[in-house]
Ligand binder design. Structure first.
Ligand code: BGC
Length: 736
């Protein structure tokens, strides 16, 4: 009897608490129901508070209702270390040393969407463990000029490649109950004048080149948030831009996530309130840069917004829309059911970082198979160059990290080579530009010797060696690959060109390794037998590089952007405006990167999609399943590994329109597959093409249009090396 009473009592309590639990707290309820329930219980002040920051990286929840705060973190290559509440400088925590993943340029260079998913999942786990619910990344601004200081944070020049790579990254991050915040929407393609410049662009280039990766992230990746850019478009700031945020993002793409401003990207209350922004961060009103305690109240979406709501000048429904989006973000992340717990700086994450580095490194040139280094024959290995010993995880702006470790290239090589050969090092040149960022220091490798002394030492070391590995390129300092500014020159900095020329004379076995997130001139290209494009590879940088240089891993990276011979061979420099002043006109339109080089017959230094292997591949003949189609068509081609090593090749499909009524790029990437082949193995690769893949954006109709006529499919190992082609006809009527 007693047991029955206890049971009944328990049931009663359970029913009561189920009844009493507010809908918004019940994660089993549909999100939209939870949103309306929470909204109905909030005061005007509580709602306004959610629309703006309360510290550098957080915004308030609703303490009274138990709705948690939002905590953001950069992004996109690792979890940013904690900064002080109101300041950018380090908080000095000891539990925030993260895994530094390779920069997104490297990820794009893997051409491996499955690896992008692993990247997203791993970095999302790190964010989750650090209790962040929004990761400020990935970045998908298109590579327009090699001078853009932030290209290293993005995924290259091609909208198709960037789209295919961004979707799994977003999905991977969000599988942790952490929102990806895709940035910087849109047209933030340079750092110079980024806060003031107004981009002038035609609709066709906007829709064909600059928007697709954002659209894919939103529609296929289902990104839960997006970050507005600093620049203007149609004379409105991107963070408060009715065309980008309302017309395109919300109406055309049906985005239901939160629009977050870039830090300091909001410029007035009306624009921020009325044009589709949800959350304001980093605003520089009333001394925020000087750290004023109550400055957040002065944000455009704080008191000034509240006042306009109270006076009726702005309707409460405008506010409610924002709060719905913010609540949706919270219910999808911090208040989601069964949210994983994440993990941080784990061996698995370092392994993923190393693998991405291995697969992203691009072998640009390898005459006489100088690489991989054969330590049976090469008994003395000279390593020369500052970037062999320079930390690259610190610096670069907001993507700067406090990595738990960073294996430097020289250390990676020494560890791998061990006693099998002798490694000797010389500096060769010195940038001597060692600043810390936000109180976090890189290793101090200041060298006060004169350029001549450094060169003399390097030449004497080079002459003693069987092979010379020069490791140089750019770095993460202001004016190099760094946020807030652009590069000043297309050539290598710090006199490296002269050092490379001299080394090439001193030792014919010279391999040049360039660490950068950007293309650069190589006036010495014909004098150097081997060239490797390395990227900012994060914690495992030295290991990934050693894996490739020593041949433990066969390189399979492909360039995600074109390397022009000269800056003038870049489309923005040749046809467009850069950096502009008040306006910057993208007169080159759709002819970005290889689209320009191909169409105008400008031979690049290294073409988009280029990358060699230590093995060789043989392509078969490209076939189409039908030569006449209404749109859908399947292409097949065989690929064989004809060398002695296992390896991977990225088979690339481009489409060419023979008879268009408008200017079209000579060809455009519309399919790719990274194929892993054992030595001697053959596989068949198939590509499925739809009418959309044959279309261009018709600005007058504001729609995608495919015109009937002859097309050509081209399959190659890069945009500059096509192996097989096949013609087909698009008919737009019933096929007989
Ligand atoms: C950058 C963003 C970054 C934000 C927060 C801004 O300066 O443009 O990409 O997420 O700062 O650090």
């Amino acid at each position: 009897m007693k047991n029955l009473t206890t049971l009944l009592l328990c049931c009663a309590v359970a029913t009561l608490s189920a009844q009493q639990m507010p809908i918004y707290l019940d994660a089993s309820q549909p999100i939209e129901k939870r949103i309306e329930d929470a909204l109905s219980q909030m005061t005007l002040e509580e709602k306004v508070a959610m629309c703006h920051a309360q510290s550098k990286f957080s915004s308030p929840g609703v303490p009274r209702l138990g709705i948690p705060e939002n905590w953001m973190t950069d992004g996109p290559h690792g979890i940013r270390p904690e900064v002080l509440w109101d300041e950018w400088i380090q908080a000095g925590w000891t539990n925030d040393k993260c895994t530094a993943f390779p920069a997104l340029t490297c990820l794009a260079a893997t051409w491996n969407p499955a690896l992008s998913k692993e990247y997203g999942k791993a970095i999302g786990e790190e964010a989750r463990y650090r209790n962040k619910n929004v990761l400020l990344g990935p970045g998908v601004n298109i590579y327009r000029t090699p001078l853009n200081g932030r290209n290293f944070e993005y995924m290259g020049e091609d909208p198709y490649l960037a789209s295919k790579m961004v979707v799994p990254y977003v999905q991977g991050v969000q599988s942790n109950g952490v929102a990806a915040c895709v940035k910087h929407y849109a047209l933030n393609n340079q750092e110079i004048n980024r806060h003031t410049v107004n981009v002038v662009i035609d609709d066709r280039a906007l829709y064909e080149i600059y928007l697709p990766a954002f659209k894919a992230a939103v529609q296929e990746g289902k990104a839960w948030s997006i970050m507005g850019a600093y620049n203007k478009y149609k004379d409105q700031w991107a963070c408060q831009n009715q065309y980008l945020l309302q017309d395109i993002l919300r109406k055309e793409w049906n985005f239901d996530g939160a629009v977050i401003s870039d830090w300091g990207g909001v410029n007035n209350t009306d624009g921020a309130a009325l044009n589709g922004l949800d959350m304001e961060f980093g605003t520089w009103t009333d001394g925020m840069t000087q750290n004023r305690a109550d400055a957040y109240d002065h944000y455009f979406l704080a008191k000034p917004f509240l006042n306009k709501l109270k006076s009726g000048e702005i309707k409460e429904e405008i506010l409610n829309q924002k709060v719905r989006n913010i609540l949706r973000l919270i219910f999808r992340t911090n208040m989601a059911a069964n949210r994983p717990y994440g993990s941080f700086a784990s061996p698995q994450h370092f392994a993923i970082a190393r693998k991405i580095g291995q697969e992203g490194i691009v072998l640009l040139k390898n005459d006489k198979n100088l690489l991989p280094i054969d330590t049976q024959k090469m008994k003395t290995i000279a390593v020369i160059g500052e970037n062999a010993i320079k930390m690259m995880t610190v610096g670069g702006g907001s993507s700067s990290l406090k990595a738990i470790h960073e294996i430097l290239p020289l250390d990676g090589l020494k560890n791998r080579i061990g006693n099998t050969a002798k490694v000797i090092y010389a500096r060769g040149y010195a940038s001597n530009d060692y600043k810390d960022q936000d109180g976090l220091s890189a290793n101090d490798i200041t060298d006060k010797r004169s350029p001549q002394e450094l060169l003399d030492e390097a030449l004497s070391v080079a002459k003693q060696a069987d092979i010379v590995i020069f490791i140089g390129g750019l770095n993460k300092h202001d004016g190099q690959d760094c946020e807030g500014n652009d590069r000043k020159e297309y050539n290598l900095p710090y006199g490296q060109d002269a050092v490379i020329e001299a080394l090439a004379k001193a030792n014919k076995n010279l391999a040049v390794v360039l660490i950068s997130g950007n293309a650069m001139a190589m006036p010495w290209v014909h004098k150097v037998p081997a060239i490797v494009q390395d990227w900012y590879l994060g914690s495992e940088a030295g290991n990934s590089l050693a894996d490739v240089l020593l041949g433990d891993v066969n390189p399979s990276g492909k360039l995600p952007f074109t390397f022009p011979v000269r800056l003038e061979d870049n489309a923005a420099a040749a046809l467009g405006e850069y950096p502009g002043d008040k306006d910057v006109a993208y007169n080159e339109g759709i002819l970005v990167g290889y689209r320009y080089a191909d169409t105008k017959g400008v031979k690049p230094l290294f073409p988009f999609g280029h990358g060699l292997s230590y093995t060789t591949f043989k392509y078969g003949k490209l076939t189409a399943d039908k030569k006449t189609t209404n749109g859908n068509i399947t292409f097949s081609i065989t690929i064989q590994n004809t060398g002695k090593r296992d390896g991977a090749e990225v088979v690339q499909l481009y489409l060419h329109d023979e008879e268009a009524s408008v200017l079209r790029p000579y060809k455009e990437l519309k399919g790719f597959e990274k194929v892993f082949l054992k030595a001697g193995e053959t596989k068949t690769v198939t590509f499925h093409i739809t009418k959309q893949d044959l279309s261009f954006f018709d600005a007058d109709q504001h729609d995608w249009v495919a015109e009937k006529g002859t097309f050509k499919a081209l399959v190659g190992t890069s945009s500059g090396d096509i192996k097989s082609t096949v013609d087909f006809i698009l008919k737009l009527k019933l096929l007989l």
